[in-house]
Design a protein around this ligand. Structure first.
Ligand SMILES: [Zn+2]
Length: 167
């Protein structure tokens, strides 16, 4: 099926469906949104697969990433940074879920944002080779994973949570 290009509401240039953002229902090109700033290239380190059971997701890392996994299996809580590859619509105001307050994007953790990067705390269940099984990752299947960091709960509890049986 052929998708028609549409015009940016500000510069009136035609944009392909892959390059547009819909904000409050209006279509904008990235050049107008970001004041002409060029994008930064970021390499993903792996991909999310949502094929696990019991709320588990898999993070399949690229083989080279094995070099960076040392002692990760001792930790129970991780922060996953990933790209929201399926997101193209942004409401500027909406109701925050946890307190029902009406706010803008930057006063929230909504996934609908100009730079669609999500940061989520997860539990590490196990590591098999370069595949991590985690719990609590609210990502779509095939989301590119940008980074893995030690979770805040590990820092607060002194680290090594899995080794100490906390997960
Ligand atoms: Zn434009």
């Amino acid at each position: 099926m052929e998708q028609k290009s549409v015009a940016c509401i500000l510069c009136n240039k035609q944009i392909s469906p892959g390059g547009l953002l819909k904000i409050d229902g209006d279509v904008y090109c990235r050049r107008c949104i970001h004041d002409g700033v060029e994008p930064i290239a970021v390499y993903p380190i792996g991909v999310v697969r949502k094929d696990g059971k019991d709320g588990e997701s898999r993070i399949i890392l690229q083989p080279f990433m094995k070099k960076f996994l040392w002692k990760l299996d001792e930790e129970a809580h991780l922060t996953i940074v990933y790209f929201l590859h399926e997101l193209h619509e942004i409401p500027t105001h909406f109701m925050r879920r946890f307190d029902q307050k009406s706010v803008g994007v930057f006063a929230s953790r909504t996934p609908s944002r100009p730079t669609p990067i999500a940061v989520t705390e997860v539990e590490l269940v196990r590591i098999e080779g370069t595949t991590l099984a985690v719990r609590g990752l609210d990502a779509f299947d095939k989301s590119p994973v940008l980074d893995i960091k030690l979770g805040y709960k590990e820092i607060a509890s002194g680290g090594g949570g899995r080794r100490r049986g906390l997960c």
